[in-house]
Every structure is written in C-alpha cells, then in structure tokens.
Design a protein. Structure first.
Ligand code: AMP
Length: 292
C-alpha cells in the first residue's frame, strides 16, 4: 500500500497541550451527550496501553489519552530523565485505536510555579511500591487528580499491571468523591509471559530472557494457590523463581486484593504481587488468585 504524503491522516488524534482548553473540549462533548473515556499514560506506548484505549473506545463515544511523564512520581535517582519519549509514534498507535484527543501538557502547565498542593493516600499506598519508592504514590495521586480536572471524563481506564496503583486511585476517587468511574483492564503480556512495560526497553537481551522470572513465578504461585498451598510457601516459591533467574527481589507477597493487607481468609480471593530488579531496571507484575 502506498501513502500519499500530502493527505493528512484523518485517524491522527488532536493534540492538546493546555489543561483549560482540554477541559473545555471534554465538557463540550459531554454537554452534547457524548460518553467520554480517559486513559492516563506516560507515553512510550505498547500493546498494553492500546488495549486500554480499545476498551475505552468500545465503551465510550470519545476517548482522550494523556501522555505526561510525571516528574513527581520519580525519585531523584530514578529514570525520569531517560524515560522514553515517543510522541509521534504514540499518536500513530492511538489514531489506529480511534482516539480523539491526546492531552500532552508541559510540566509547567501541570505544576504551575509555586504549586503547593499534594494528594497523599495512606493505607494501601504505604506498602510494596510505596515502601520501595517513597513518595511515588503521592506523585501518582497528585497527577491523577490534576489529570481528572483537565480531562473530566465519565470513566478512566487503568491496567491491572499496576495493581497497587489501581487500588490507590480507587481509594482516592472514593475518599474525595471524584465523579469518575475507574475501570481496571487485564495485563497484556509478551508471548513468554513478561508483562508489557515501557521499561522493558531498558533490558539487555540477556536481561530480557531472565525477566520471565516474574511471570513464571506468578504462574507457579497460581498453581500452588489452587492446590491449597499456604501463603508463606507461595511467597517463598515466588522469591525462589526470581533468585533462580538472578533477579533481585524487592518484594513477593500474597495479600488481600483491595486492602493489600495480609489475608483475613486463607481461601481468598488474593493478589500475588512481585517486584524485581535486573541491573538498573526495576520490573513489577502481579496475578489475581481467585477464591479457592
Ligand atoms: P504507564 O504509561 O506505564 O504509566 O501506564 C499507563 C497505563 O497503562 C496504566 O494504567 C498501566 O497500568 C497500563 N499498562 C501498562 N502496561 C500494561 C500492560 N502490559 N497491560 C495492560 N495495561 C498496562
């Protein structure tokens, strides 16, 4: 197929950089009776993000996707500076999903000079990612709250890949009474089981092979869970899977899927959470464990 370079691609989304103008567009669409879905991202999009956009498109009349690498959710030693930024190819992918708007603000538009407000969620934000990355969820909650102001959609779509993030966002929405529904979508994986992530691009070929440790350990955790194995043994097996692939374990835990506290009922349901480091790359994954 040939492409005519002079014909604008009608499928490309409109890019909006200004929060107030973005808000007006969303408000106008909703006032006209259109259902609007929103997918917040940091860009460097892959099939996992595309699945969220596709789900939003299937359930809504219009879809807005934000692309914003949020500095406040990165610690100073983390990868904010080198996080991949691929706006042009991201817009192509989103156009193919029928996305209408890309909201891509500058940092100064999201955090005006002198901004002094932060949203802090306690409870489920304190453990796991919150403990490994102090301040991370303050940054997430603050930016998601700010994004929901700029993109006042009826529903927002998040990936189960970042399970604890979905718990924190749902709690914030509930506690603050924000008028938006939170929809959690399944994790999209590579053929060998590795959860798709923008950070997979950091892995060397050798690390990429070892990275299967997380999903393989979680698959084994799923088998052990359904056989009735106790939580400590499942957590030990998860840690063992990481160690066997020379992946440093930040945490490996089986907990309540909503509170992220230890299980009150050994029959579940539960969530297995894991975080590991390969060289300078940190990966997370999880698996839902149904009531047994
Ligand atoms: P990020 O750009 O990493 O901040 O992710 C934006 C959204 O995409 C979050 O809701 C993630 O949970 C979701 N996401 C990331 N990776 C995947 C995946 N492999 N499958 C499904 N959703 C994902």
């Amino acid at each position: 197929m040939t492409t005519d370079m002079n014909t604008p691609n009608p499928a490309l989304p409109e890019i909006e950089r200004d929060p107030a103008r973005m808000r007006e567009r969303i408000a106008a669409a909703r006032a006209a009776g259109r259902r609007v879905g929103f997918v917040p991202t940091m860009g460097a999009l892959h099939a996992g993000h595309a699945s969220l956009a596709a789900r939003a498109r299937a359930e809504c009349d219009d879809v807005a996707v934000s692309i914003f690498v949020n500095p406040t959710q990165f610690a100073p030693h983390e990868d904010f500076g080198r996080y991949p930024r691929t706006l042009a190819t991201d817009c192509q992918l989103l156009g193919e999903q029928g996305v209408r708007w890309v909201f891509a603000p500058e940092v100064a538009a999201m955090y005006p000079p002198g901004a002094a407000t932060r949203v802090v969620v306690q409870g489920p934000a304190d453990r796991f990612e919150g403990a490994s990355r102090p301040g991370h969820f303050d940054g997430v909650a603050t930016v998601v709250c700010r994004l929901f102001q700029a993109v006042p959609a009826g529903a927002a779509y998040f990936g189960a890949k970042d399970w604890q993030q979905t718990v924190v966002v749902k709690r914030m929405v509930r506690d603050l009474g924000l008028p938006i529904g939170i929809i959690v979508c399944p994790t999209v994986r590579e053929p060998d089981g590795l959860a798709m992530s923008s950070r997979n691009a950091y892995l060397s070929p050798a690390e990429r092979l070892r990275a299967v440790a997380l999903s393989a350990g979680l698959a084994q955790a799923g088998r052990l869970w359904s056989e009735g194995t106790g939580v400590p043994a499942i957590e030990a097996a998860l840690r063992q899977s990481l160690a066997a692939h020379d992946v440093a374990c930040d945490y490996a835990a089986v907990v309540d899927p909503e509170s992220l506290e230890p299980l009150a009922d050994a029959s579940g349901p539960a969530i297995a959470l894991v975080a590991g480091r390969l060289g300078s790359t940190r990966l997370i994954d999880n698996r839902e464990l149904p009531r047994r």
